[in-house]
Design a protein around this ligand. Structure first.
Ligand SMILES: Nc1nc2c(ncn2[C@@H]2O[C@H](COP(=O)(O)OP(=O)(O)OP(=O)(O)O)[C@@H](O)[C@H]2O)c(=O)[nH]1
Ligand SMILES: [Mg+2]
Ligand SMILES: [Zn+2]
Length: 296
């Protein structure tokens, strides 16, 4: 049948929903391949009224992914921004925030932090204190209350989304889908429609989903995560993804310094003097270790 170009707008396991020519087609890939991501531009063959087979993936501008020791999982293709959504409650994990920042840096995607639920006053001061670390590193932080002050949240976020392809990521319960519902009036209905086709329809998001805001802006909702492996990043990529290491790289006594135990290491010296936050260096150490354990 006819060959088409389309955008992958939802992924659930090996099933994909592709928007092509004003149609939404349920697609699979040929064979066992599952290397398609939401945001991919694909060419496909239509096999029936509402079904197709993905034949090829267009060249990607960016690719975000997670990986553990054994396998990697694609998050999204062609995004330009990553919004890390955290909340005053439930409390967020610093480890996961930093891992998401590293993934964004390595993929060449601009990260922003969104602190949601600032209406929960009892937790606000503590959350601000914790998130300030990322502000000091130069990452933009935006405070919102999607439920408490929706108009203000919209006014804060809409200008940031213009002409961008943005993915929202974060732990479960932070408010990613609430944010999507604020920005996309018919998101709920669209999600239910896909839930019916791909899944059971629970409150928690179980698949990644792209929404078009206009012709050149889109926003992607994704399921909450509890782990964020970065085993695919080499040591060289890791040292560059910690942006606060930059002034010290090339200053170590040994040109091939790992910044772990070496004498005369400028990164270790900066960590000891407090210019690099100890928890960030500890994460660097952990990520180097994890990436050395990779067996694929
Ligand atoms: N107090 C308060 N609650 C909010 C706010 N925004 C969202 N919530 C609530 O937080 C809960 C989780 O919101 P979701 O939008 O489903 O969170 P999510 O990040 O999409 O979660 P997953 O899909 O599981 O990853 C819901 O009960 C929301 O009503 C807010 O600004 N203030
Ligand atoms: Mg959700
Ligand atoms: Zn060093």
């Amino acid at each position: 049948m006819t060959a088409l170009q389309g955008t992958v707008i939802a992924a659930h396991g090996r099933h994909y929903l592709v928007q092509a020519d004003g149609m939404k087609l349920q697609c699979v890939t040929r064979g066992k391949k599952s290397d398609v991501a939401v945001g991919d531009i694909v060419s496909l063959k239509r096999t029936s009224n509402d079904q197709g087979v993905i034949e090829a993936i267009g060249e990607r501008r960016t690719l975000l992914y997670r990986s553990d020791q054994y396998k990697s999982k694609l998050l999204a293709a062609n995004v330009t921004q990553l919004f890390i959504v955290v909340a005053t409650e439930p409390a967020f994990s610093d480890d996961l925030v930093s891992r998401a920042l590293i993934a964004a840096e390595a993929a060449g995607v601009a990260p922003h932090l969104i602190l949601n639920k600032i209406d929960v006053e009892a937790e606000l001061a503590r959350s601000r204190e914790r998130i300030a670390l990322y502000g000091r590193l130069g990452y933009p932080i935006h405070e919102v209350s999607v439920l408490g002050a929706p108009e203000q949240a919209r006014a804060t976020l809409e200008p940031l989304l213009r002409q961008q392809s943005t993915i929202l990521i974060g732990q479960s319960g932070m408010g990613k889908s609430s944010l999507i519902n604020l920005l996309i009036p018919d998101a709920d209905a669209a999600t239910r429609e896909i839930s019916a086709a791909l899944d059971s329809g629970k409150h928690t998001t179980t698949f990644t989903r792209l929404f078009a805001l206009d012709a050149d802006s889109s926003v992607i909702d994704s399921p909450g995560f509890q782990e964020f492996g970065l085993c695919h990043l080499s040591e060289g990529m890791l040292e560059r993804a910690f942006r606060e290491f930059a002034p010290y790289l090339g200053q170590c006594r040994f040109y091939n310094c790992h910044h772990l135990t070496e004498p005369g290491c400028a990164v270790l010296a900066a960590t000891e003097s407090g210019e690099i936050a100890p928890q960030r260096h500890a994460l660097y150490r952990q990520l180097v270790h994890e990436s050395s354990q990779t067996i694929y």
